[in-house]
Design a protein around this ligand. Sequence first.
Ligand code: FE2
Length: 200
Amino acid sequence: MLVPEEAASVRTASLNQSSEEVAEPASVKVSSPVCYASEASDAYMGYLDRDSLVTELNILLEAERAGARVAVRLVSDADRPELKALAQAIQRDEVRWCKMLIGALQTLEATPSKAVGGFYDQAMAIPDVVARFAFVNRGQAWVVRKLKTLLPKVRADRLHADLLGMLAAHDHNITRAETALLGLAQAGPRPGAQASSPES
Ligand SMILES: [Fe+2]
């Protein structure tokens, strides 16, 4: 037990120590190194570098532009209201993603491609509208696979979120088209429709 004089001495020493610590804080050693992940290069962290990202975004842009143009033709060629409405929805989405991709490329100070993907010619070589719709759906599925491969390699939060939205919209349209095409197959030919449809 401390006598009063000793206790006062301890408190004084403690106060002196506290004031010294405040004035000159001792250096602190940490057990693990500071994480510099946010400063590491894209390639080091497994992300695409700028040029590779530009290439991938332009491939998607050309594919979406092709999809938009095919969808325009489907809107005019389809005589079934459900297919026409679906083609309009797909066309709106394709235009939306074209704009998003162009914006992303401009953010990267890259020149957006003006080319139309070969998908357009391949799709328009299919005369039957329903068969062309099925082909478009396979094209949409290709975009989904492409995005799933690309997304883990995209570092920028905004672009990542936009591509994620693009993926969800494509998934939604694929399901919608599958349902519509299945409904048509189950319904059979429209009453009064000729065997050789003017759609083709
Ligand atoms: Fe698309």
